[in-house]
Structure formats: C-alpha cells, structure tokens
Design a protein around this ligand. Sequence first.
Ligand SMILES: NC(=O)c1ccc[n+]([C@@H]2O[C@H](COP(=O)([O-])OP(=O)(O)OC[C@H]3O[C@@H](n4cnc5c(N)ncnc54)[C@H](OP(=O)(O)O)[C@@H]3O)[C@@H](O)[C@H]2O)c1
Length: 299
Amino acid sequence: MILIFGGNGQLGQELARAGAVRGLALVALGRAEADIADAGAVDRAFATHQPKLIVNAAAYTKVDLAETEVEAARRSNETGPKLLAQACAEARLPLIHISTDYVFDGTKPGAYLESDPVAPTGSYGRSKAAGEAAVRAANPRHLIIRTAWVYGEFGHNFLKTMLRLAATRDELRVVADQRGCPTSTADLADAILSIAPRLIAGAQVWGTYHFAGTGVTTWHGFASRIVAAQAPLTGRSPRVTPITTAEYPTAARRPANSALDCEKFARAFGIRARAWEAETDRITRALVAAQGEKAAHVA
Ligand SMILES: NC(=O)c1ccc[n+]([C@@H]2O[C@H](COP(=O)([O-])OP(=O)(O)OC[C@H]3O[C@@H](n4cnc5c(N)ncnc54)[C@H](OP(=O)(O)O)[C@@H]3O)[C@@H](O)[C@H]2O)c1
C-alpha cells in the first residue's frame, strides 16, 4: 500500500486519481487527517495503513507569504519531512519526498544538475532545502524529486490564474525574464507511480533526482501558450505583454533561471515528462471544458 501525505494538494489529488486509474492500493491523507509535523499523527497513519511506501506531497507552497510566515514554512517543509523520514527509517520504509527548483539561486546559465550546489533566494526555498537535508540525514532509503512550476486540474496554480484573468482582461502583463520548466501534475504523478513498485521491490536507486516538464520557457511564454490554447474555446484573445521582474515586485526573490536537467531520472527509470507545450494545451482545454460543463449545469 502506498501512503500519500498532502493528499488535498495539486499533486496529492492527482496521485489519488492516477492511483485509482491504475488500480493501485493507495491512500491519500489530507492535512486534517495527518499533519506531517505532528509525530503522533504520522505514527497513527503508519499504524492504521501499514504502508510499503510513503510519498510526501505535503508542503507549504506560498512562496511570497513564506517571507513573513517563516515558521509555518519551516514547520511543513523541514519539521514535517524530518518526522516522516524518521518514521520511515524506523519502519524501514522507502520515502519519496518532493522538492523544488527554488532551492537554486538561478545564476547558472544552463539547466541545473542534481549535483549543483543549492543556494535558495527566499524563505520557501530555504525551508525546502532544509527539508531535503533532513530527509537525507534521517532515512537513506529516500528519493528526493525536485520539480518545478507545477500545474494541473486540481488546486491552485499559474495556469488557472491565467485562465481566470484571460476571461476578463484585455491585457495580461507577465514576467519574461524568469526561465523554468512547467510541469504537469499528471506527468509527475505518472512518474512517481511508475517507479513506486520498483522502490517497494527494493531497487537500490536512492538519492536526489530532477523531474520536470520537457522544455524550458518563461512565465510569459507559459502564459502565451495558455491564452492561445483557450482562445478557440472561449473566443477570448487578450494581449500577453512581456514585463521584467523589476516591473512586478514580489516579496520573495525568485531565481532568474531554474531550468532542471532531468537526464539522471530518465537514465535511472526510463521516464521523461511530456513536452510542456502539449501538456499545457491538454490541461487548458480540459479546464475550459469543465468550466463550460459547470456553466451548463447552472444555466
Ligand atoms: N506548486 C509549484 O509550482 C511547485 C513547484 C516546485 C515544487 N513544488 C513541490 O511539489 C510538491 C507538491 O506541491 P503542490 O503544488 O501539490 O502543493 P499544494 O497544492 O500547495 O499542496 C500542498 C498540500 O500540502 C498540505 N500541507 C501543508 N502543510 C502540511 C502539513 N504540515 N501536513 C500535511 N499537509 C500539509 C496543504 O494543505 P493546506 O492547503 O491545508 O496548507 C496542501 O493540501 C511540494 O513539495 C512543493 O514544494 C511545487
């Protein structure tokens, strides 16, 4: 049985859906059922479900708010992963822990390798880097998967924000000097559930990996693709204007380049994410269709 923590997030819900499609024995617990920073709750979840593998999809992900809610970010992104990893070590269980491209400072010209030094620029990235370190220290049977720019049908994400804005505005002004790899939760969940049986069977593949959508773009490029994909379905074609990071000040400083090199994951497991453009088109169409269905039910 695979036990997921953070079951109500973007990735957690996608894992639950993908697990059901695959007919896997999988339980996804939300924060109300199991707070990963509560050792008693973690122990009870292990005792109740007797898992063979743990996936930690729980995290504090509000990048800007983390600058002020430092303790909340630390609790979910460092203390929680540490407790989970300790519980896994005691039970001799493998742990898949999800981390982020924001552990890097973005000064590298090319795509980041797993071996590149971490140097987070903000509180969120620092808490995630500390969580990685805690997992490595507590349980050697871990896979840390760094991903990036996550979007999908569930939860909150950039793609949904762009769809909402495209419905009402004639111009979207979007940052064009930050580069990264948009990653669909569907690709990430598929990858996790494909490798899960191998980890349960005892494959010796422990360590840190990058897994993100194939290809690199900017937030402006991502937004332009979303707007183009929804236009034929909604009739809305707002202008997407490139702006600089300086023109869109945020509480947290983000890396200018957080592209991830995912070759290590591909070599180890034979799995690559789909091209970000194709996934963006697919999810955009699915979300617009779902909105249409909802509207039809209300009308
Ligand atoms: N979103 C991105 O763009 C992005 C980019 C790179 C990496 N990642 C990583 O990918 C993973 C999945 O992210 P996501 O986008 O699915 O995040 P998400 O949608 O924000 O979901 C995270 C979930 O974790 C829950 N959670 C927070 N603290 C918890 C705790 N102490 N115990 C139990 N549950 C807790 C949250 O519940 P509440 O809502 O109640 O707090 C939420 O349901 C995370 O590790 C994240 O750091 C995300």
